[in-house]
Design a protein around this ligand. Structure first.
Ligand code: GDP
Length: 362
């Protein structure tokens, strides 16, 4: 049967020339791949020393990585950066969630930048849910600071043991100092052991408090107060001013009851408002006054040396522990021994000793 479609001139059968489509693979892919090239330790160090933030960030990522090859590379970079470090002022900031740490770091940071300083903001937060989450993970917490080129904000290393997380932050301080940052903030949530870790890597430890019902002294651990070189009562604004002053008096009184500090410095208690930006210069006067005081009487150097010693031991503890727990025989034995301990077949000490003996025999 004759069909119009069978006629070769019928349009429906001709294939129209198509429009050329872009390739489905990005033609610049190779270029992008090349960009991610691995640098040598010397290239990293040269980049860091000239203040290249991209290389600094990549080096910090190596510090944070648990891969052995990254760790080796990171250690070499750190080693080579060490001669260029130590000149900054390191300040620890702690306070319970909501005390105004991010608001304060933003405000303090802008104040310091206006004085020509270069600021790195780091954090220690070993709790799994929060790391890379709220604490510094969200740069909107420091809106003004996060867009400044003289500020480097880095969230807490991912969850892990406190010792491990803190060691990474301490190594990051070295890299930041080599990159020319002259002021380092280390933030931590004032709820656990992490204050001690922060205290072991800073020159000045600031406790941020908020005025409450008048009995806030009961709420904070004595141990944390003993670590503080300065207590700053935030949110001293509006109807809070009187409460803040009352809290200030209470803290001052409480501090009198503490034994003299090792540095010989009497911690200062100040009120301020991070939100309304009042009382900021007094806080920085306090910090610089302390630094001057501690440098004069030799405590500054002493504290840094003690910290280096502390971190040597901490690193040994951490590496030994990791080496032990990563051992596959030990992992197997642990499961067996754990059951036996739970069943009351063997005591904890005997079980531990058996496994340690096994480990050290290897
Ligand atoms: P963080 O959890 O310690 O980092 O605390 P934030 O900085 O996120 O502050 C917690 C809340 O307190 C936020 O809603 C801030 O707006 C508020 N805040 C911070 N500083 C001040 C201040 O100086 N005055 C007042 N009134 N509110 C503040």
């Amino acid at each position: 049967m004759e069909h119009i479609e069978n006629n070769e001139k019928y349009n429906g059968l001709t294939v129209n020339k198509g429009i050329p489509q872009p390739p489905s693979i990005n033609p610049y892919l190779n270029k992008l791949r090349q960009k991610k090239k691995h640098f040598t330790p010397d290239e990293y160090v040269a980049g860091i020393l000239r203040g290249d933030i991209t290389l600094l960030s990549q080096a910090v990522t190596l510090v944070e990585s648990s891969k052995t090859e990254h760790q080796l590379l990171a250690q070499e970079i750190i080693e080579k950066c060490l001669p260029y470090t130590g000149k900054s002022i390191r300040i620890g900031i702690t306070g319970v969630p909501g005390a105004g740490k991010s608001t304060s770091i933003d405000t303090f940071g802008m104040h310091l930048l206006s004085q020509g300083k270069k600021l790195a903001v780091l954090a220690i937060d070993p709790s799994s849910e929060r790391s890379r989450g709220s604490i510094l993970g969200d740069k909107t917490r420091m809106e003004d600071l996060s867009v400044q080129k003289n500020a480097f904000i880095r969230p807490s290393p991912a969850a892990g043991s406190l010792g491990g997380v803190a060691r990474k932050t301490r190594e990051t301080i070295v890299l930041c100092e080599a990159a020319g940052f002259d002021t380092i903030f280390v933030e931590t949530v004032g709820v656990g052991q992490s204050e001690t870790a922060v205290h072991s890597m800073v020159d000045f430890f600031m406790l941020l408090q908020v005025p409450g019902t008048g009995d806030e002294l009961q709420g904070i651990k004595r141990g944390i107060m003993e670590l503080a070189d300065g207590i700053v009562i935030n949110k001293a604004d509006g109807s809070n001013i009187e409460k803040a002053q009352l809290a200030q008096a209470q803290y001052r009184n409480a501090l009198h009851l503490f034994p003299e500090t090792q540095s010989g410095w009497t911690p200062i208690v100040l009120t301020y408002s991070g939100y309304y930006k009042t009382g900021i210069s007094e806080i920085w006067e306090m910090v610089y006054q302390y630094i001057h005081f501690a440098k004069e009487n030799g405590y500054f150097e002493h504290r840094r040396k003690e910290q280096s010693k502390y971190w040597m031991y901490e690193t040994i503890h951490e590496q030994l522990k990791n080496h032990f727990f990563k051992n596959s025989d030990i992992q197997h034995d642990l499961k067996v021994m754990e059951k036996r301990v739970l069943n009351g077949e063997i005591s904890s000490f005997v079980a531990a000793k058996a496994m340690l003996d096994n480990y050290f025999k290897e």
